[in-house]
Design a protein around this ligand. Structure first.
Ligand SMILES: [Cu+2]
Length: 118
């Protein structure tokens, strides 16, 4: 009986968490969060990518995890698109998912930002 009570409390708690999440969901349904696998190498890549994406109309925020090379980007899908963001990354010299980097831009990156593929 005590266990049943515990389980009930846990379930109640889980429900509260789910509901609070629903309430705090973004009001703008056009804002989406996507992940992009990049060829970024170091902290300088992170700064470069995040700084450049900040200037892209529609991008709310971006965060590159240097360890996993995965960029998490939050954007308004009526103002920009995943394809456009990938192209922006390519223009900066980075691969983005299956789209390839602009090699000329890549060659201009500092040595620490090169992954040695070109
Ligand atoms: Cu770098």
């Amino acid at each position: 009986m005590k266990n049943l009570l515990k389980v009930s409390f846990v379930l109640l708690f889980v429900n509260l968490l789910l509901f609070s999440d629903a309430y705090s969901a973004p009001q703008n349904k056009n804002i989406v969060t996507e992940k992009i696998r990049t060829s970024a190498v170091c902290g300088m890549c992170k700064d470069r990518i995040e700084k450049n994406l900040k200037n892209v109309n529609g991008i709310v925020e971006s965060n590159l995890n240097v360890d996993t090379k995965v960029l998490t980007v939050k954007f308004d899908k009526t103002l920009t698109s995943l394809t456009a963001i990938r192209t922006k990354l390519n223009d900066l010299g980075y691969d983005a998912d299956t789209t390839k980097r602009d090699v000329r831009a890549y060659k201009k990156l500092p040595a620490c930002c090169k992954d040695g593929k070109y």
